[in-house]
Design a protein around this ligand. Structure first.
Ligand SMILES: *Cc1c(COP(=O)(O)O)cnc(C)c1O
Length: 385
């Protein structure tokens, strides 16, 4: 048994990030400036995006994306209940109505057939989430969007980098929102990026900085002007150069981080294969997953404890774990506002009851994976029904 606690997903920050932050702090330019510009350019190049906007979180990337699309009061946006709450909050925050739908049983991504059924005359956009890093069935969603004249905004918080049919998530003109929160594949502490069509990104930039006209952006620069115009009642969610400094160095390491994550996933597979009380996540042949999270699903029929008990047993063995996610429709705000019962989205709810997300990060070592797999096997044996 482990003597030290294995944290769920610690960040991996090196001397390079620290040096780049110090360089920023010594430069006299600590808010949005040259490092943010470079980070946007490098990021766009990395994913193959036509344009990119750095903001203060993945949530804000979605918020300014929806605002830039002109989505608001009277509009509906279709999304999944199996996500982090902020995917749905942003729809409420622009004044639109979120329309939740259930998920596919294998990937737990939004089910395109249910998206189609949910389209109404008020629908303006689809907000799919590439859950755990596994891309959604984008061909099916694109087809629905084209036939009904809808926009798409991808929640790509877990999907950096990930590919669907050999195309990187974030490449092309479809809007995608990435998160650089501490547990994501690339972190800036807090941060996010919106990619997509240059005209949409230009509008989103306005929304991210008080709605100030473009030339206001450089108003403290030599050659800049004091004058500005307010064009929309914008938010305040620009990225600072301190965050971008971390991001620039993380981006250079991202391919190495991903190769490590993939090795860890393969390790889990090897060590847990044949353990019939747990179901492992899969990867469809036409995608490359971002593997931000590694959710186990317990076959509760074979166990005498429930999911919460299982997490308690992992903790007893010094292993951190979590649940991704509590479906949005179960939370009191959404449950009460829209009158949802837990089984209104039966797949999401029943899967939620058996999910345990185990440690996966760029930091975790193969010995740690062996500890986790050993603990999982031990618990399954001890609590076999
Ligand atoms: C992390 C996350 C977000 C929010 O990202 P922040 O940068 O924390 O705002 C949104 N959606 C999903 C699915 C996430 O996991």
């Amino acid at each position: 048994m482990r003597t030290s606690f294995l944290p769920f997903s610690p960040p991996l920050i090196g001397e390079e990030e620290i040096e780049e932050v110090i360089d920023c702090l010594r430069s006299d330019w600590i808010t949005t400036g040259p490092k943010t510009k470079r980070f946007e350019q490098s990021f766009a190049e990395y994913v193959g995006a036509p344009a990119a906007l750095a903001v203060s979180s993945g949530t804000d990337a979605m918020l300014v994306g929806l605002a830039a699309m002109g989505i608001g009061s009277g509009d509906e946006v279709i999304t999944t209940t199996m996500t982090f709450c902020s995917t749905v909050h942003v729809i409420e925050q622009v004044g639109a109505r979120p329309v939740l739908v259930d998920v596919e049983p294998d990937t737990l991504n939004v089910d395109p057939r249910r998206v189609e059924e949910a389209v109404s005359s008020r629908t303006r956009a689809i907000l799919p989430v590439h859950l755990y890093g596994h891309p959604c069935d984008m061909d099916a969603l694109d087809d629905i969007a084209v036939r009904h004249g809808l926009a798409i905004l991808e929640d790509a918080a877990h999907a950096l980098p990930a590919s669907y049919k050999n195309r990187r998530i974030g490449s092309g003109a479809t809007a995608a929102a990435f998160s650089f929160y501490a547990t994501k594949n690339l972190t800036t502490g807090e941060g996010g990026m919106l990619t997509g069509d240059p005209e949409l990104v230009r509008k989103a930039r306005l929304w991210s900085l008080h709605g100030l006209s473009g030339d206001a952006y450089n108003r403290y620069n030599r050659g800049g002007s004091w004058a500005y115009e307010v064009l929309v009642p914008g938010f305040k969610c620009n990225m600072s150069d301190i965050q971008a400094a971390i991001g620039l160095q993380q981006l250079r390491k991202l391919d190495r981080f991903q190769a490590h994550r993939r090795r860890i996933v393969e390790r889990y597979r090897a060590l847990l294969s044949g353990c019939d009380a747990v179901q492992l996540p899969t990867e469809r042949p036409d995608v490359v997953s971002g593997w931000n999270l590694f959710p186990l699903r317990l076959n509760l029929g074979l166990l005498s404890i429930d999911r919460d008990g299982f997490i308690g047993e992992l903790k007893k063995r010094n292993i951190g774990s979590s649940v991704h996610f509590i479906p949005v429709h179960v939370h009191p705000y959404y449950r009460d506002k829209y009158g949802f019962g837990p089984r209104d989205f039966p797949i999401a709810y029943d899967e939620y009851l058996r999910i345990v997300t185990v440690p996966l990060s760029a930091r975790i070592q193969e010995e740690d994976v062996a500890d986790v797999a050993g603990a999982v096997r031990e618990i399954c044996a001890e609590f076999r029904r």
